[in-house]
Design a protein around this ligand. Structure first.
Ligand SMILES: Cc1ncc(COP(=O)(O)O)c(C=O)c1O
Length: 467
């Protein structure tokens, strides 16, 4: 095994394999060195644990970029194993999309709401009314920031529902929260900048920042929130430009950062000149109590960029999210949105507005909370006999499960896909690419019956691996 590790290390030193490049496959490395394939696989996995390599599901092993030591800190970051940056010119892939593209009958990987729970029939009649009300809607563009009428309505909504004072000019309608994260990653940070990111986190956010060659510094998230001393120490030492966070019914853990930490975080951000990017996609998907106010509520100095997705629980195909930012920050984001698509489609914005502000919407979301909760209960009941552990979430769409050591998530996924079941392996949610003892199961997409079937297959596949 040492032979293979030396071969990889010296290949990297010689420049044979540069950051972001793929190593020879397990098979060809085994042939090259005349050793067994399993020995190569073990060596690659050890190098991955050391932070030298990272793996892509079904795609092989790649060289991880290392952070260069800063002149004033001899050890720099090299010892921290934090480096997670793409090589320049390297086009990143969404690892979550790779998983979604696997054709299976029981996808527990989809953090989407079952279309059967969405108001499809009502919306199709409603679209006709919207077109009658706005006959020219298809003949024109939206403005770059988004339809002024919708932004005025959302500004009033934030004031009434959250006590947040945000002007329509400080709101940008984006094509889903995904676009908002991408715009932030391209406008507020530049290659080589440092960004704090939760560990674990929403996997496409890692991919987006990595694509910009940004250095990600993980911040552990637990059921109690963050270790604020650790966050402050990172802000002081590393001077990150921003902190990307999903503090409410977090994906994948379901955790919610407590109210008392929220205000303190905003104060820390102000003190250390670090923008908090608050991704709040699950705010309305709670089971008992509404969540605490967004961090944006506490922000008076423009240190929070707030991203709220709405279409996810109404009609995800509309792709309507809103990004709220104070003018100094919006100045950087708006031109990129103009370059990207000149503004989100106007028809989608009109359809969304007419539905979102109707009484029908309130009824829908209340029923939806009950239905999603029932599915969560079914999944938890089906998993109860495994002895695996997880924290039961108060909202959101996912369970974040800890597996016993003898069941690696990547191998379990292979076995599950063969049984037409999928889930998200923890490693793709980890900015360090580890967490192979964790899996994310989404309970919102499959019917109760299919959840029970999928979990049954999952348990059988795990038993197979154990034996
Ligand atoms: C934390 C988080 N952010 C952003 C998104 C993307 O949301 P949208 O569908 O609005 O692009 C998701 C979707 O699952 C998510 O979980």
């Amino acid at each position: 095994m040492a032979l293979i590790q030396d071969e990889v290390r010296s290949g990297m030193d010689r420049g044979e394999w540069k950051a972001g490049e793929k190593l020879p496959s397990v098979r060809s490395m085994a042939e090259r060195l005349g050793v067994h394939r399993l020995t190569v696989l073990k060596a690659y996995r050890l190098l991955e644990e050391e932070g030298l390599l990272y793996s892509r599901y079904k795609n092989g092993y790649y060289v991880r970029a290392q952070v260069e030591a800063k002149p004033d800190t001899p050890d720099g970051d090299a010892a921290s194993g934090w480096a997670y940056a793409a090589a320049p010119g390297y086009v990143n892939r969404s690892r979550l999309s790779d998983i979604h593209s696997m054709k299976v009958s029981h996808p527990m990987s989809e953090a989407l709401i079952d279309p059967a729970l969405l108001p499809n029939r009502f919306l199709s009649n409603h679209v006709k009314q919207v077109l009658d009300l706005h006959p020219m809607v298809l003949s024109t563009y939206s403005t770059v920031l988004g339809d002024p009428e919708l932004r005025e309505a959302l500004s009033a909504f934030f004031a009434e529902d959250h006590g947040i004072d945000v002007d329509a000019g400080e709101l940008l309608i984006t094509s889903g929260s995904q676009q908002a994260i991408d715009l932030v990653s391209r406008s507020l940070v530049k290659p080589g900048d440092r960004v704090l990111i939760e560990r674990p986190t929403y996997s496409p956010a890692i991919d987006v920042f990595q694509q910009q060659n940004i250095i990600l510094l993980p911040v552990e998230l637990t059921a109690e929130g963050y270790d604020l001393d650790a966050v402050e120490a990172l802000m002081e030492k590393e001077k990150p430009r921003l902190f990307y966070m999903n503090p409410t019914f977090h994906n994948p853990t379901g955790y919610t950062v407590p109210a008392k930490q929220r205000k303190l975080l905003v104060e820390l951000a102000e003190r250390h000149d670090c923008i908090l990017v608050e991704d709040d996609v699950y705010h309305d998907i709670y089971f008992d109590q509404p969540p605490p106010p967004p961090l944006f509520y506490y922000d008076t100095e423009g240190y929070v960029v707030y991203i709220r997705s709405f279409s996810k629980y109404i009609a995800p195909g509309l792709r309507i999210s809103v990004l709220a930012a104070r003018p100094s920050v919006m100045e950087g984001i708006r031109p990129l949105k103009a370059l990207s698509d000149s503004g989100s489609p106007l028809l989608n914005q009109k359809i969304f507005q007419h539905y979102f502000f109707s009484s029908r919407m309130q009824e829908h979301v209340q029923k939806l909370r009950t239905a999603v909760r029932m599915r969560k209960d079914v999944m938890e009941k089906a998993l109860a006999r495994t002895g695996w552990s997880w924290d039961s979430p108060d909202g959101g769409l996912n369970l974040w499960i800890s597996l016993p050591d003898e069941i690696p998530a990547d191998l379990l996924l292979e076995r599950c896909v063969a049984r037409s079941v999928s889930f998200v392996p923890g490693s793709i949610c980890d900015p360090l690419g580890k967490m192979n003892a964790r899996i994310r199961l989404s309970y919102s997409f499959l019917s109760e019956k299919r959840i029970a079937e999928a979990v049954e297959q999952l348990i059988e596949a795990a038993e197979e691996l154990r034996s």
